[in-house]
Design a protein. Structure first.
Length: 138
């Protein structure tokens, strides 16, 4: 996985079935999520990244988009919001926050256990939800 090999290549190299390679990959990714629950130290930089929603393989798709399609301009419900947080000690957290506009409750769910007003300074853009979250951190 670290070398960027496909599941078929991994299964072949490890001499295991494709299903086993798939299952192991998900176990490893789940373990990474558990390791990512550390608290941040000092200055924490927070920003939201917008990613176009992909429904490849979904049954009952009403309106499929064209290959490489684009979204409407600006913040909208077709975009997945990934919250990117990093501190100066290189602790990183990438979490899918929501579909559509990010709200204070989404930030509470993701960051409440990782930052505190006593030990952290939040550095971010002027997104209203992030401003609201930092005011209520104390």
């Amino acid at each position: 996985m670290v070398e960027g090999n496909s599941l078929r290549e991994i299964a072949s190299k490890m001499d295991i079935s494709l299903k086993t390679a798939f299952d192991w990959r998900h176990k490893i990714l789940t373990t990474f999520e558990e390791l990512n629950k550390t608290k941040f130290n000092g200055i924490v930089e927070v920003d939201d990244v917008w990613i176009l929603k992909n429904e490849k393989g979904r049954r009952g798709l009403i309106k499929p988009k064209k290959r490489g399609g684009t979204s409407k301009r600006g913040d909208n419900k077709d975009l997945a919001k990934v919250l990117f947080s990093v501190d100066r000690s290189k602790n990183i957290d990438l979490t899918l926050a929501c579909m559509g506009r990010i709200k204070k409750k989404d930030l509470d769910k993701i960051l409440r256990s990782k930052v505190s007003a006593d030990t952290n300074i939040i550095c971010s853009d002027k997104h209203p939800s992030i401003k609201s979250f930092t005011k209520n951190m104390a």
